[in-house]
Design a protein around this ligand. Structure first.
Ligand code: ATP
Length: 314
């Protein structure tokens, strides 16, 4: 039996606003397996942050329920919060304190014994490459360093589940990569379940074994990146070369296995209706006078899948 770290059942949350009632989360039913990284994707205002706040018991559901690590988020919110780590918009870092003192403070809040606390702080700051700078005031650190410190804070008490709202937003490429490595390490080595929101499709693709896509509060798709690709787009062949004339492209489009052809500057993307041999397509192109340089089997990026899902949900 797989262990389920969190489960929502028809979870909904309304907000009153000047423009009427907004259903920010609408009938969300979702399960996330323990020890996996789940990515929650959606456009601005889709309901991602509201979902995290519901999962932490910081907001009460208007309807439905959520269970986190076996605890009901409405009636057992304290139990949920002591076992989870969260990174929300407000990082919880005190700028006037040193990095080390920040973690020391939170370690005390969590009731970690002194030895254990010091060892854990050293472990986390070392892992994140921040140990040498631990005496600096946190407010003097760069945005990326502060974000890593906030992540260290969320992980301090060794939670079984972390809920992270855009953990790499605003980070430079190496810092974002380092945070991603830390998250993968957490899930694979320590069995921590990671639930994160992101706008970065490449990040979701790299990190997440499953992703959920939310739009206007509703879950429009859930599955592994490969499953979503299979749902929204079939296999594809990419051809690089010269001389893709109108006639060659028309012949390609007339083939029964070809769904769509997109030609652009010596690069043609052929979306197929189903798995099919690429050789006849290449022969056709060569026969029509194209100088073929390279042929690749491709797949749609998660970004394209996301765009298709958003279109479909309209
Ligand atoms: P983003 O990617 O922009 O951070 P999001 O998916 O996290 O967006 P939410 O912050 O969950 O979206 O917001 C979902 C909807 O709920 C929005 O329409 C927002 O205006 C509304 N909302 C969220 N919190 C409140 C609140 N406290 N009061 C009123 N409306 C709210």
């Amino acid at each position: 039996m797989t262990d389920i770290a969190l489960r929502t059942d028809n979870l909904s949350r309304d907000f009153a606003s000047a423009s009427g009632t907004i259903r920010a989360v609408n009938g969300l039913s979702l399960e996330v397996e323990a020890g996996t990284i789940f990515g929650f994707l959606g456009p601005n205002g889709a309901g991602k942050t509201t979902t995290i706040r519901l999962l932490l018991g910081l907001l009460e559901p208007s309807a439905g329920r959520a269970e986190v690590l076996g605890f009901d988020t409405k009636t057992q919110a304290d139990a949920v919060r002591t076992r989870t780590g969260a990174l929300l918009e407000h990082s919880g870092i005190y700028e006037q304190l040193s990095a080390e003192d920040n973690l020391e403070f939170y370690g005390r809040v969590w009731g970690l014994p002194a030895d254990n606390r010091r060892a854990r702080i050293e472990e986390l700051l070392t892992q994140m490459g921040l140990w040498e700078r631990r005496k600096d005031r946190a407010g003097t650190w760069s945005e990326g360093m502060q974000q890593k410190l906030a992540l260290a804070r969320a992980l301090l008490h060794r939670p079984a589940l972390v809920l992270l709202d855009e953990p790499t937003a605003g980070l430079d490429v190496p810092s974002a990569a380092a945070v991603r490595d830390d998250l993968v390490d957490l899930a694979t080595r320590e069995g921590v379940t990671v639930f994160l929101t992101t706008h970065n499709m490449a990040e979701a693709e790299r990190l997440c074994s499953r992703v959920g896509v939310i739009r206007q509060g509703k879950l429009v798709a859930v599955g592994s990146p490969d499953e979503l690709r299979a749902r929204t787009g079939g296999p594809r062949v990419e051809v690089f070369g010269r001389g893709f004339g109108a006639e060659a492209l028309a012949q390609l489009r007339a083939r029964p296995e070809v769904a769509e052809v997109d030609a652009n500057n010596g690069h043609v993307v052929i979306d197929l209706r189903h798995e099919a041999d690429a050789a006849p397509l290449v022969s056709l192109l060569v026969g029509a006078g194209v100088e073929v340089e390279e042929v690749r089997r491709g797949k749609a990026s998660l970004e394209e899948v996301f765009m298709t899902l958003m279109e479909e949900a309209r």
